[in-house]
Write a protein that binds this ligand. Structure first.
Ligand code: ATP
Length: 360
């Protein structure tokens, strides 16, 4: 069954020079320009307070930007009411009507839009089958599990056949296992229906698994926007590198082949093949790119003192002290707190950032 009787091609969303300053002076968005491709999932990722929800609400028409424009399908919707923009939003707390059945909740937006009864019934049935809640339609929200309630919440957005689906941390109130399951289910559904989606999360794993385009926001500005794969492979700033995958950042001063770090005055010898600029610099390396042992002589070698180990499953995340810095390594090794640990990274796995945080 298809929830979309509307077979028009998906539309893109563009935000141009969007700014939002709240009356108390808080700048939630500061000159944000982003293109969200038609039919794809754009994930907005960033720490708490960076402006993700505000951006979504500006697209929805629930917030009026201070300046800039939102275009949906190439049309400037700045003067268009929220209800007429062809967008639907799914919230973290699905806010279903507690006294209505699942069916009543799904049908309500259609009723408000004046859709005739027979069409309401068939559209609700199609969406319910799609979301595998067709056996639960007579239940009220209180008689549904968290995951089932969230399916009803998504169904209520889809039943309107929106051009654009806006999702604000839709699965964050679910427990870890269910969250992963719902995420995969949603991805399959999105691939099948192809609705343009803007998806807000602060969870980097969720972001990597869903994003066709990943947008990292920091304090109301776009830090980087590209494919998830590219962002992970080549983070444009040290902020993105640390936020996405928890890269270790060794920030110090490079002089004559050695990286001088806080609390580590002798400095680390840098691999000669890596073009590290002289002066203040950050050398980044991911925990999974550190390997046990001293390497080949061409590698960056770190001598750590183990301060904490976390079992991840097959591997351990070992937290080591290097001068005043903490370095994390993802290793198969069995190691105790207090032990010396020597790890190395291949030059190809090092990321360099300048004092401004930009990749160099
Ligand atoms: P979270 O992940 O915590 O939900 P977020 O990235 O979605 O955060 P926003 O909710 O967009 O962030 O908020 C961005 C900034 O704007 C924050 O500093 C927030 O405190 C502020 N803000 C949001 N709404 C208002 C408001 N109505 N009045 C004043 N400031 C606001």
């Amino acid at each position: 069954p298809s929830a979309r009787t509307d077979t028009s091609p998906p539309v893109g969303v563009s935000c141009t020079n969007l700014a939002k300053r709240f009356p108390d002076g808080t700048v939630a968005l500061d000159d944000v320009t982003v293109e969200c491709p038609a039919g794809g999932i754009t994930v907005l990722l960033g720490p708490s307070g960076c402006g993700k929800t505000t951006l979504l609400r500006c697209v929805a028409g629930l917030e009026t930007p201070t300046s800039g424009a939102v275009l949906i399908g190439g049309r400037d919707v700045s003067a268009v009411d929220a209800g007429l923009r062809g967008v639907a939003m799914v919230f973290q707390n699905h806010a279903l009507y507690p006294d209505k059945t699942a069916e009543g909740n799904l049908a309500f937006p259609l009723k408000m839009a004046g859709v005739p009864k027979h069409e309401r019934t068939s559209r609700v049935a199609a969406v319910a089958e799609l979301l595998r809640i067709d056996g639960l339609l007579k239940r009220r929200p209180g008689q549904l599990s968290g995951g089932q309630r969230q399916r009803v919440g998504i169904g209520r957005a889809l039943v309107r056949e929106p051009d654009v689906l806006l999702m604000d941390e839709p699965f964050s109130s679910l427990d870890a296992e269910l969250r992963v399951e719902m995420r995969a289910e949603f991805l399959a559904l999105q691939r099948r229906l192809g609705m343009t989606t803007l998806y807000v999360t602060h969870d980097q794993v969720e972001a990597l698994s869903l994003a066709d385009q990943l947008v990292v926001l920091r304090a109301g500005r776009i830090e980087q926007a590209t494919s998830a794969e590219e962002m992970f492979r080549r983070p444009a700033t040290s902020f993105v590198a640390a936020f996405l995958g928890g890269m270790n950042l060794l920030t110090g001063t490079h002089r004559a082949g050695r990286l001088h770090l806080p609390g580590h005055p002798d400095g680390l010898p840098l691999p000669p093949s890596v073009p590290v600029p002289t002066g203040d610099v950050t050398v980044g390396v991911r925990p999974e790119d550190l390997r046990p042992g001293p390497g080949t002589g061409a590698d960056l070698v770190l001598e750590l003192t183990t301060v904490l180990t976390e079992l991840l499953g097959r591997e351990r995340l070992v937290h080591g002290q290097l001068g005043e810095l903490r370095v994390k390594a993802r290793l198969h090794a069995d190691i105790d707190v207090g032990e010396r640990l020597i790890v190395h990274a291949s030059p190809a796995d090092l990321h360099l950032f300048g004092p401004d945080g930009l990749r160099s």
